[in-house]
Design a protein around this ligand. Structure first.
Ligand code: GDP
Ligand code: IMO
Ligand code: MG
Length: 422
């Protein structure tokens, strides 16, 4: 084995997404050579604030703001070429520092039409997807009828395969009102994608292996969150990918031994966008105040996020599933000014108190513990300068979730980040 060989650091969301992964990936990317996205698609929205500029990234890894970092979009991602190209146009000089896996699956406009049609047909049972086509694109991948990014090398062949796909599914597509694009229009579109993306398409697994073997510092960027994971989340109100740390291996072609430190990202409270169970949701003034203070509106869809208290039970589940070494606790400042702060410490299901995530979280009623609030943590950069009650809130959370809180974020700005010495 190469003696220089390194292990990759991993970042995953521990709640229902939007925990602030983008800020921490950007923060850590300053000291990493390579940043890799391993799952999801443009359903993700990672906001990064640098001085007075705000960037919203959906598919390009959040390492792009470090001009020295190489950014990789792994095979586990579903990639909408049109949206990717739009996103690329925000940045200069991406050649040699952005690479897309030839094995990533293509998300094409018909996937979004199918997603939206299915949601309409579900009515009040809708998942509340982003409508971007994520489920249908991953569905095609698993059903082995998808198309991969590498096929953009041969647009005419790809166009014929898409035509066959439409012919095989004509009845279903017609029922959903999804139309086959004109052949000439589709071909022109695919030729455009080929022209824009071909220089970036490579076997990214080989690139990641080489970087690991050369001892480069690699950061793996997750999307969504543990409670949205296809297996371990609140099914069926989940996304269609493996969002937990295991997804980094399959989504990039590395093995578990290649993974080093796992940093789990969690807000100091909870939010969820879309439908599905959320036991600690607050429907009253506190929930409204969290939404207002935290600007809790989706980066991708603009939808208001549902808000509530920190759920220590779901967090313990997430810490275990992901093998979390340290938690980054985000948006502590959003709790500033509350007289008391609540934490869900257990659930009641069928009259019984439990301390684990049950089969269906819909049946769970939260059991709360209250903690004294604090005045101001916003902008604090040193743990010792936090108000005493904020420090004791953080220390109590550590005990409840069974993980160290190594990073605390106190504003959207890069520098307003406390890194605790162990
Ligand atoms: P991601 O999807 O996990 O990357 O998170 P999003 O970017 O969708 O949502 C997190 C939002 O919170 C973004 O608007 C960030 O700029 C913002 N944010 C991140 N950290 C903090 C923080 O510590 N305090 C405040 N007030 N906002 C933060
Ligand atoms: P980031 O990476 C929050 C949610 C949707 C919906 C469910 C399924 O920014 O944390 P989908 O379009 O994926 O089929 O929708 O998943 N969802 C997210 N919620 N943050 C995200 O990404 C999300 N990506 C998907 O709202 O409930
Ligand atoms: Mg987001």
């Amino acid at each position: 084995m190469n003696s220089k060989r390194n292990r990759a650091d991993l970042i995953v969301g521990l709640q229902w997404g939007d925990e602030g992964k983008g800020k921490i990936v950007d923060h850590m990317a300053q000291t990493h050579d390579v940043v890799c996205r391993f799952a999801g698609g443009h359903n993700a929205g990672h906001t990064i604030v640098v001085d007075d500029k705000t960037y919203a990234l959906h598919l390009i890894p959040s390492g792009v703001l470090n001009p020295k970092a190489i950014n990789i979009v792994g095979n586990g991602v579903v990639l909408s070429p049109a949206d990717f190209i739009k996103e690329m146009n925000q940045f200069d000089k991406l050649e040699e520092r952005l690479f897309i896996s030839d094995k990533a699956h293509l998300l094409l406009p018909y996937h979004a039409s199918i997603d939206q049609a299915r949601e309409r047909m579900k009515g009040d049972r809708a998942i509340g997807t982003t409508g971007k086509g994520i489920g249908p694109a991953y569905g095609d991948k698993i059903a082995r009828v998808g198309h991969r990014v590498g096929e953009l090398h041969h647009p005419e062949k790809l166009m014929l395969k898409i035509r066959h796909h439409f012919e095989e599914n004509r009845a279903i597509f017609e029922a959903m009102g999804v139309e086959m694009p004109e052949e000439s229009v589709l071909l022109e579109e695919l030729l455009g994608y080929q022209k824009a993306l071909e220089p970036y398409i490579v076997d990214t697994t080989l690139l990641v292996w080489k970087a690991l073997d050369e001892g480069q510092k690699i950061l793996l960027e997750g999307a969504q969150g543990t409670m949205l994971d296809i297996d371990h989340g609140t099914y069926p109100f989940v996304t269609s990918s493996t969002t937990v740390s295991a997804g980094a291996c399959s989504g990039l072609g590395i093995n578990p031994k290649d993974i080093g430190q796992v940093t789990g990202i969690a807000k100091a409270y909870c939010t969820r966008v879309g439908n599905g169970p959320f036991p600690s949701e607050d429907f009253g003034d506190d929930g409204k105040r969290l939404r207002k203070n935290g600007h809790e509106f989706g980066t991708t869809t603009g939808r208001p996020r549902r808000c509530g208290w920190f759920d220590a039970v779901a967090m313990r589940h997430a810490v275990r599933i992901n093998g979390v070494d340290q938690v980054a606790l985000m948006k502590l400042d959003v709790l500033d000014g509350f007289d008391e702060v609540k934490v869900c410490v257990g659930y009641e299901v069928d009259g019984q108190a439990i301390d684990y995530v049950p089969y269906d979280l819909e049946d769970a009623t939260p059991i709360y513990q209250s903690f004294p609030g604090w005045d101001k943590s916003e902008g604090v950069r040193d743990f010792e300068e936090l108000p005493a009650t904020a420090k004791s809130y953080i220390q109590s959370l550590e005990k409840m979730i069974g993980a160290k809180i190594g990073i605390i974020s106190t504003s959207p700005q890069r520098e307003d980040t406390i890194v605790r010495r162990s």
